[in-house]
Design a protein around this ligand. Structure first.
Ligand code: FCB
Length: 433
């Protein structure tokens, strides 16, 4: 695990940290934040961590952590105009940032879509409109050409499950649509967008590590009864396998055969071939597991496990699910090299006398890095690990109430303070042979 060719990094996403909204187009998260009762603290991304202005000091902060890599996302509405041409001011912002990272010896891992869809595309149907997939391909083409050879790794999408299910089916993320009949349709167009962008990236940036980032919440049965096992398998097919199986097997899980007609995605001939492009890597985001029991109405129902440790966002701490997940994916699919592209914990941090004693977060990292190590020892090819997140930021529907950073952000002064977990991560990385 401590081998030099295993990368350690920190991760962020554009909408969550940048601010600087006046120099880009509006996106679906701006609109969602301006809709009453969607964000727990009624906040928005107008300033966030003001990274748009403070990026130079933030690169210095990243450098001080001694990490090998930095995972960031490109704000699509910052680099594209309504006409679909490049917005040079936005492109220059990222080129400056990429050049500085490279100069400091930090490898840029770039995600092209971390949920900030330009609002004008949503006005045209967003991910329910097949044309958005082609718009994404065009954006990927323009931006990867503009970046030249600066990018170490491109991920097309971050967590298509969240964009499709939370955004279009459950309605708790932007654009906030809520219908059983939307989720799988949006998911198909997202996966198509991924495949189309992969073709472009392989042509424009053949030397970069090109792939996708998926999130997994492993599903466990509440008991060993056949009914509960079946319930947890169905939940797994909907929430996890739905997004990975098409990438490797070029088909959706067999639950598709029992979906009502109105929930079916519109699959055109050739789509599954496009979706199943060879991958240079796959990113795995992991935070927690979910436990299910059988339910007469919905086939499966999530249950809360009593008396188990939780993070501040209410997610159970269960590191064993990470190693079991990695081993099971490796058994099920012909995987490319894996990177853990997100893992971390929201904790109830207190800044006291200039420090944050978040030993609970350090412990979370410790346990999960051990889980990654277990998977490597079991034969899974894992090449890197990114802590979510570099710093506290806008945590989507939770606003600024949940802190995931290893660096504390005082949102009034924009002062950054290394938490004890950041120091532990830095020292751990520095100790490598
Ligand atoms: C993931 C998101 C990331 C962050 C973490 C806590 O689902 O990709 O932006 O919000 O959750």
């Amino acid at each position: 695990m401590q081998k030099r060719d295993f990368l350690f990094g920190v991760a962020t996403a554009s909408f969550q940290i940048e601010g600087g909204i006046d120099s880009r187009l509006p996106c679906i998260w701006d609109t969602f934040c301006n809709t009453p009762n969607k964000i727990r603290d009624n906040s928005d991304g107008a300033i966030a961590c003001d990274h748009y202005n403070l990026w130079q000091q933030d690169v210095a902060l990243i450098e001080s952590l001694n990490v090998d890599a930095y995972r960031l996302s490109i704000s699509w509405p910052r680099v594209i105009t309504v006409e679909g041409t490049l917005n040079q001011q936005g492109v220059d912002f990222y080129i400056g940032l990429l050049d500085r990272l490279i100069e400091k010896g930090i490898k840029p891992f770039v995600t092209l879509y971390h949920w900030d869809l330009p609002q004008h595309l949503e006005d045209n149907g967003g991910w329910l409109n097949r044309d958005t997939a082609y718009k994404f391909r065009d954006y990927a083409d323009l931006i990867s050409t503009a970046f030249g050879d600066r990018v170490h790794s491109y991920a097309t999408l971050n967590e298509p499950f969240c964009s499709a299910y939370l955004g279009y089916e459950a309605g708790i993320h932007a654009p906030g649509l809520k219908s059983r009949s939307f989720g799988k349709k949006a998911a198909h167009h997202l996966l198509l967008a991924h495949g189309l962008a992969m073709q472009v990236l392989q042509k424009n940036s053949p030397n970069a590590l090109n792939g996708i980032v998926l999130n997994f919440t492993p599903c466990y049965p509440q008991s060993n009864s056949l009914q509960d096992l079946n319930a947890s398998n169905i939940a797994d097919a909907h929430f996890n396998q739905w997004y990975i199986k098409p990438l490797f097997d070029k088909r959706y899980p067999s639950i598709i055969e029992n979906l009502p007609a109105e929930e079916l995605p519109q699959i055109e001939p050739g789509d599954m071939e496009i979706i199943g492009q060879p991958l240079g890597f796959m990113g795995v985001n992991f935070y927690t597991r979910a436990v299910y029991k059988a339910s007469a109405e919905n086939q499966f129902e999530q249950v809360t496990v009593p008396d188990v440790p939780h993070t501040d966002i209410g997610w159970e701490i269960y590191p064993k699910a990470l190693s079991e997940l990695l081993v099971s994916l490796n058994d099920l699919y012909p995987l490319p090299p894996l990177y853990i592209t997100e893992n971390g914990a929201a904790m109830d941090d207190k800044l006291q006398d200039g420090s944050v004693a978040d030993e609970d977060r350090t412990q979370y990292y410790h346990q999960h890095l051990n889980a990654v190590n277990d998977a490597i020892e079991a034969g899974v090819d894992i090449r890197g690990y990114f802590a979510w997140s570099l710093m506290d930021n806008f945590e989507w529907a939770e606003g600024y109430l949940k802190r995931f950073g290893i660096v504390y952000v005082d949102y009034l002064t924009q002062q950054r303070t290394l938490k004890n977990s950041a120091k532990a991560y830095r020292d751990f990385i520095s100790l490598r042979a």
